[in-house]
Ligand binder design. Structure first.
Ligand code: CP3
Length: 366
């Protein structure tokens, strides 16, 4: 028999990863933490490597994707990496003319608003994601024990960019289309669910250990409209990786009234972790998730990113408040309620990571 010292290391993202343990509903000896947008403009090392490279161009270069994804892991010791890319990358892969404008966001050259426009949005085939698979494989090899989270934009949030042509505060055209031409809307969201699902699947097949579906702007809808116009399509995107066995997180902002439905889109039990933004307490989010799913669901969140700019003692109190609420849930992945603001101080984020890791989580009933 091989002596213990010479046995291969346990599978890098195996049962010892605190992030994956919590996602799977298992106890963990520490609260895992990562940040949405942990890679990005708040890091000087990110600004340095992005100086002469556009956002979409950087997503096309596997070595650069690997370096940028690793930066926050090296710096902070977070419990998970998130693949550096963007929700519009798979839309570009199917041939749509779009750009990501710094300070604005995704801009679509010709918005999609009619049946004829929808013909410009073909299905996504795995061969179109060769560079994504290559980047994920490089990354997983470099990451060692830290799990990689793959992600995609949810059909509604992607549709909001396509229909509006860019970022929009109130999504008037998007909601007008959803209500005014439900058939076109359903066909558009079904196509986007296929694209999101294929993007998630490519990342998991190349080695990502978990996925997160970002429905950032879905809080613009009522719960009734969410159930009717969106939930089946988000469920379809998540179902694309069902057979691959990775935990699935579902996230949106301003979703307090939608959490029960987001925990079980289309009645399917396909969400392992529910993202909660800072507008409601984490334990209240967990109660709503349980009510929707009919079983305990772990939660992720939910420090208000604005607290990163508060005095140190105020921030510490707020972080501990989130951790205490997390102890009253079936499982807690610490995160912000939304992404890291570009002006955040990395030293402050480091203090948050250290504070979270110093917390001894309460033992939960299983
Ligand atoms: O979280 C991470 O670190 C992983 C990488 C990631 C990016 N975008 C990189 C990015 C992820 C997961 C996303 C998802 C994304 N993109 C979402 C969902 C998450 C959320 O924030 O709600 C959305 C809505 C988008 C669309 C988008 N892309 C916006 C609104 C912006 C910001 C525009 C700006 O400059 O203010 C982008 C651009 C973008 N995506 C940047 C990064 C690091 C900034 C571009 C740059 O550095 O030049």
């Amino acid at each position: 028999a091989t002596p213990p010292s010479q046995q291969p290391a346990p599978h890098p993202t195996g049962p010892e990863s605190p992030y994956l343990r919590v996602c799977r509903g298992l106890p963990s000896d520490r609260v895992p933490v990562w940040f949405m947008r942990q890679a990005g403009r708040s890091l000087p090392e990110y600004r340095a490597v992005r100086r002469d490279v556009g956002m979409l161009e950087s997503c096309r270069r596997p070595e650069l994707v690997t370096e940028i994804t690793l930066q926050p892991v090296r710096r902070y010791g977070v419990d998970a990496a998130i693949f550096f890319s963007d929700i519009v990358v798979p839309l570009e892969a199917v041939g749509l003319d779009l750009d990501i404008v710094a300070g604005t966001g995704p801009v679509i050259a010709e918005p999609i608003r009619t049946r004829a426009d929808l013909d410009r949005l073909p299905e996504l085939h795995p061969e179109q994601l060769g560079h994504i698979g290559e980047a994920v494989r490089l990354l997983v090899a470099e990451l060692g024990p830290t799990p990689l989270i793959g992600f995609a934009g949810a059909p509604f949030t992607l549709a909001s960019y396509l229909v509006e042509g860019g970022p929009s505060r109130d999504l008037l055209r998007t909601k007008a289309l959803a209500h005014g031409d439900p058939q076109l809307w359903n066909d558009l969201l079904a196509r986007l669910a296929q694209i999101s699902g294929a993007f998630l699947r490519a990342q998991v097949q190349a080695g990502a250990s978990a996925v997160q579906l970002f429905d950032s702007w879905v809080g613009a809808l009522s719960a009734a409209d969410y159930r009717r116009l969106v939930a089946p399509h988000s469920a379809a995107a998540l179902a694309a990786v069902a057979d691959l066995g990775v935990p699935r997180t579902h996230f949106g902002t301003a979703t307090g009234e939608l959490l029960a439905d987001m925990a079980a889109p289309d009645g399917s039990a396909c969400v392992d972790v529910l993202g909660v933004d800072f507008r409601i307490p984490l334990d209240e989010g967990a109660r709503r998730a349980r009510a929707g799913a009919g079983r305990p669901v772990a939660v992720q969140g939910n420090l208000d990113p604005a607290l990163l700019f508060a005095p140190a003692d105020v921030l510490t109190e707020a972080v501990r408040g989130v951790l205490a609420a997390g102890d009253r849930t079936p499982g807690h992945v610490f995160n912000l309620g939304h992404g890291v603001p570009p002006t955040a101080d990395p030293d402050v984020l480091q203090r948050v990571v250290d504070e979270v890791h110093a917390w001894v989580p309460a033992r939960r009933e299983t």
